[in-house]
Design a protein around this ligand. Sequence first.
Ligand code: ADP
Length: 376
Amino acid sequence: MTVLVINSGSSSLKYAVVKPDSGKFLADGIVEQIGSAQMPDHDAALRAAFDELAAQGLHLDTLGLVAVGHRVVHGGKAFYRPTLVDEGLIAELDKWAPLAPLHNPPAVQGIEVARKLLPDLPHIAVFDTAFFHNLPAAAATYAIDHDLAERWHIRRYGFHGTSHQYVSQQAAAFLDRPYESVNQIVLHLGNGASASAIAGGRPVDTSMGLTPMEGLVMGTRSGDIDPGILMYLYRAAGMSVADIDTMLNRNSGVYGVGGENDFRKLRERIESGDETSQLAYDVYIHRLRKYVGGYLAVLGRTDVISFTAGVGENDPGVRRDAMAGLTGLGIKIDDALNAERSSEVRRISAPDSPVTVLVVPTNEELAIAQACAALV
Ligand code: ADP
């Protein structure tokens, strides 16, 4: 049994052929530069992905495919469980597009071309919001006009849920403890970044909100800002809503402050003495530490903190600086363990650290494939 997993973004389409039972990847890849002359649209991208699979000797009709799993960022109010795609669902995803303008429209395009090219397989949408659907009301509710919030379905939805769930399960397994007995903080630090607090297997808070813009400083997104800034830019700087949206999504975060969003290059610039890169990094770390501190208080007792995604898995400096000076809170990193490179789950805290700190590689494709297999 295999599942084809598709993560369709605005300019790239990631795919993987996964055996959900063993966790084995038969193939995975990415088609980039969608919207260019060579790769005009998602239809061309998916055909290119199939050509690449065929070139590796993988033919879709002989792979034992049971489903196509699609990563979808926002399912709005109604959709959060893995859901079989039909016309009704597509209409609903279109409806929620304004809440995830960077993510939902390309996901729908990916779903539509995949359904056209693979019409005989069930297509299943797996939502980034699912894990956080039952956040406690105190964490999910924004302190704004209650009727307005109800009418417009404004609440904290949370994103990267597939990753937070997968990583927290891996962390509990690594500690050899039942999932329901562990209190955890998960720090998903990629280009997008989010934190979550999970008490005994139940998510109790997360940093992203109605949209994937809130919370941590990200590659190109601001995370938390004073909402007054938006009105000020609108009134005083004459920026349109679209201008402000673009600024917050694409021209903010470490890129907005320091001019670079890849942490490898950001660090090179810092080492060569570039002050704005240093400032961008300091702002990023400061925000991260505030969230860790906040979630330690939300949880009361924390057993494990896990770092994951591109930055979290690969940048020992970010992990060191995020956790520095927290021995008073029970957190002590071992510098030698932190510096080791590996693709396995690993401990980076000192043996006598009351809070265990781990690096846990995320695997959203496997989690999506497993969710699809469970549904079919
Ligand atoms: P996405 O949110 O696009 O899925 P990823 O989780 O793949 O992002 O993370 C991508 C980011 O990870 C890159 O922009 C870069 O900042 C960071 N990154 C990747 N490899 C390394 C590395 N070896 N050292 C430091 N940062 C890295």
